[in-house]
Design a protein around this ligand. Structure first.
Ligand code: ADP
Length: 733
């Protein structure tokens, strides 16, 4: 532990010195996009040839001319000035293997590891023959730098520039005519349109999926299936649609125990940085607006006993990299931030409910308090490193390995909860037949530690702030951006190592090391010295060890049983039909029922139609401003649960769902499962020996909202209206 955190300091030192020493990158002005031009690729729409990640224009041209050039030795020395990998392609009899035909997405003779090439990058390194010549002749390994389009990086730009400089890659800050290897977007996948190759740092649909309502829905579905495993998310209700239910439940809680006076936090769906958040103790205090103006929000049980340091409430910002969704690869940053309140904490009372500096940890709010302390030190001030806080807890005897492993479990489970919807978005935006980039994304997890050290998920930010400077009043009324050492230490490391992991030329870092998983216990994940995952096989002499730690597939075994909804999503996607769709029509729903042979005397096709209409109608608010009509994934999951309940009445919900999935998949053949059928089996991991106390609010569990919907299948209460998938977020958190 201590070694790791020692490493973090060394890393910062190295980062700084490298940043100073690194030669300034010469940018080829001809390659840069003019500032006024849109940054999308201006290539003609025709079928021109470009290169897949890992090749470059030079190598492509040479390959095309291979027949004309005379080369005595097929594995001869590289021509002066030619990148080694380009020469490798010249010499290789299979140099066309990585050519990508623009406009078709086809990769000539490529050997992708996945049937769906859109889900994983096709790396030059996947070619098993590529190193043959090198082995014999030891070619010098000079490769062209990885190219990064930073034209849409927005507030991440400063940290990104430092990272690129450190890696000695090439930045295109106004875009580039030719394709770049990596596109860094500040807001969403759609910041640059028409990207057909390379890698983009955002997934389509992530912004939408991580909005407060959608995240709550996704976690809630998992809570229904795995209540003990998903008890890290506070009990939540969606407003305005679940107002009645919320009121009834709170009344029941109060009636059952007169001493109970729970507090709730209300968060606007699209809000960020604490905007519009308030605390209540009675449903009557909800600021509800009825009718069309009704504001969508989540009302959530307020964690009233947080862990305090220096009498202050704080939360953790953890950076998590989703490197790929298929196969699922998750990395967690070993270092994070902690954000402190600026007024000593008191348990909520009617008097102090509005004291935001006491209850809300947002930087954007607390920075306005006179008590906010900007500090150059990592372990003082209102923003500190996670390691400094963990050290402090360790010094008090806290089992921080346990805390860390619980945090990792929380992260993996949360990602598993949103993955099904993410896959639907992904196939809609980048269907398998369409040329497109692959995606990765850094997420910001906001986590609160309860007094009993149990981590609680507050929210996941699709667009976490990567600013490394903060605004400061340098003279009365004069504000300037000044560097923030704590932010720089953490964020530059996260960006730089994300880039290293996404390096299209680095096969060691881009390979999936544990296809079947097999780590033992997430406790092992605690940053430790000698961790081979953390070593830096690229440019190892110059760069510090990776600050990102793979946790999935490393811990597949412990979490694969949770990936049930993904199997439902795989069925859903299979029956969507038209590429680019995100909703199932009535005919497709019937086809699903027929193909999976689900209709029988208890489930006639007429009742299937009624089920479709009933559920789709109740989700119809979701369609009001959408391009498509029909049944979305979340409605389909509800229908699937309903069908499973009818078919396997005697079983508990989870077993019902597993049985129905098995049945459907048995009628569909091999294509139906999600990425790794082995990992999607329903073998349960052992529950963690009784040490996960439920969150504060007693859970009489009268009935969960979704179960309530199923039970009242004729109830036509409107559902919340998820934003259309074209919606763009403008804020970072
Ligand atoms: P936003 O996106 O506006 O920052 P959050 O969900 O992160 O919204 O909430 C803002 C702050 O409110 C958090 O940083 C945390 O301090 C506090 N908070 C949020 N949810 C809870 C909760 N359920 N219990 C206690 N405090 C909470």
């Amino acid at each position: 532990m201590s070694d790791h955190y020692g490493d973090v300091k060394v890393q910062l030192g190295q980062m700084k010195s490298l940043g100073e020493d690194a030669e300034k990158e010469e940018v080829d002005p001809e390659e840069e996009m003019p500032v006024s031009s849109p940054s999308a690729s201006p290539d003609s729409a025709g079928c021109c040839i470009t290169t897949a990640p890992g090749t470059d224009a030079l190598s492509t041209n040479i390959c095309k001319q291979k027949g004309k050039r005379s080369r005595k030795n097929p594995c001869g020395k590289p021509l002066q000035g030619f990148p080694a990998h380009a020469v490798k392609n010249i010499n290789s009899p299979i140099c066309e293997q990585t050519l990508l035909i623009k406009g078709t997405g086809k990769i000539l003779q490529g050997k992708s590891a996945e049937s769906n090439g859109n889900y994983v990058a096709v790396h030059e390194s996947s070619n098993t023959q590529e190193t043959r010549c090198e082995d014999e002749f030891k070619l010098p390994r000079k490769r062209r730098p990885v190219t990064v389009d930073t034209s849409k990086a927005k507030t991440s730009l400063e940290a990104l520039k430092l990272s690129i400089k450190e890696l000695q890659w090439k930045e295109f800050h106004t875009g580039r005519r030719a394709a770049c290897d990596i596109y860094w977007h500040g807001v969403s996948f759609h910041d640059n349109e028409n990207i057909v190759s390379g890698q983009v740092n955002k997934f389509p649909g992530m912004v939408e999926m991580l909005r407060k309502i959608n995240l709550s829905r996704a976690v809630r579905t998992m809570q229904e299936l795995f209540p003990e495993e998903y008890d890290f998310y506070p009990r939540s209700w969606i407003l305005p649609e679940e107002y009645q239910q919320f009121s009834t439940e709170i009344r029941m809680v109060k009636e059952s125990d007169a001493t109970e006076s729970p507090t709730f936090i209300v968060k606007p769906d699209g809000g960020s940085q604490g905007d519009g958040i308030y605390l209540i103790r009675d449903p009557g205090d909800l600021k509800l607006v009825v009718g069309a103006q009704a504001k969508q929000a989540v009302v959530q049980e307020y964690i009233h006993k947080p862990l305090l340091i220096d009498k202050l409430k704080f939360d953790i910002r953890l950076y998590v990299l989703i490197k790929s969704v298929q196969p699922l690869e998750i990395y967690i940053a070993k270092e994070g931030l902690t954000r402190f309140c600026t007024e000593p904490y008191q348990e909520p009372s009617q008097k102090n409910l509005s004291r935001v500096f006491m209850h809300l940890t947002n930087y954007s709010l607390n920075v306005q308090s006179g008590n906010y302390v900007h500090s150059d030190s990592q372990n003082t001030g209102s923003k500190r490193t996670l390691s400094s806080v963990l050290y402090r807890l360790a010094a008090k005897g806290v089992d921080i390995k346990r805390v860390w492993s619980d945090i990792i479990a929380l992260v993996i489970k949360s990602v598993i909860a949103v993955l099904p919807d993410l896959k639907v978005h992904y196939q809609a935006d980048i269907p398998p037949a369409k040329p497109g980039p692959t995606c990765f994304q850094i997420l910001g997890f906001d986590i609160l530690l309860m007094k009993n050290l149990k981590p609680v998920l507050l929210e996941v930010n699709s667009n976490p702030s990567m600013r490394i400077e903060h605004e400061q009043e340098v003279a009365p009324g004069v504000f300037e951006y000044v560097p923030s050492p704590v932010d720089e230490q953490v964020k530059v490391g996260v960006i730089r190592d994300t880039l290293r992991l996404m390096d299209p030329f680095n096969k060691k870092l881009t390979a999936t090391p544990h296809p079947a998983g097999g780590g033992s216990d997430p406790v092992e994940v605690i940053p430790a010295d000698g961790d081979s995952q953390g070593r830096s096989p690229d440019n190892a002499g110059n760069l510090p060890p990776l600050c990102l730690k793979q946790v999935y597939p490393k811990y597949t075994k412990q979490f694969s049983h949770l990936r049930l909804v993904e199997r439902i999503a795989a069925l859903f996607i299979r029956f969507l039909g038209v590429k680019g769709n995100m909703r199932l029509g009535p005919t497709a729903f019937r086809t699903f029922i027929r193909t999976c042979k689900l209709s029988n005397s208890n489930l006639t096709m007429a009742s299937v139609d009624i089920l479709y209409i009933d559920i789709t109608r109740r989700w119809s608010f979701a369609l009001a401003d959408s391009r498509e009509a029909g049944m979305g994934l979340q409605a389909f999951v509800e229908a699937f649960f309903n069908l499973a309940g009818r078919r396997f009445k005697s079983l508990a919900l989870r077993e019902q769902v597993v049985s129905l999935l098995d049945l459907c998949e048995s009628h569909l053949g091999p294509q139906s499962g999600a990425e790794d059928r082995r990992s999607l089996s329903c073998s349960r991991a052992l529950p963690r020996g009784g040490r996960t106390p439920a969150l504060y609010l007693p859970r009489p569990r009268p009935i969960s909202p979704a179960a309530h919907r199923r039970a009242t299948s004729q109830d036509c209460r409107p559902h919340q209206r998820p934003k259309p998938r074209t919606l763009r977020a403008n804020v970072e958190n």
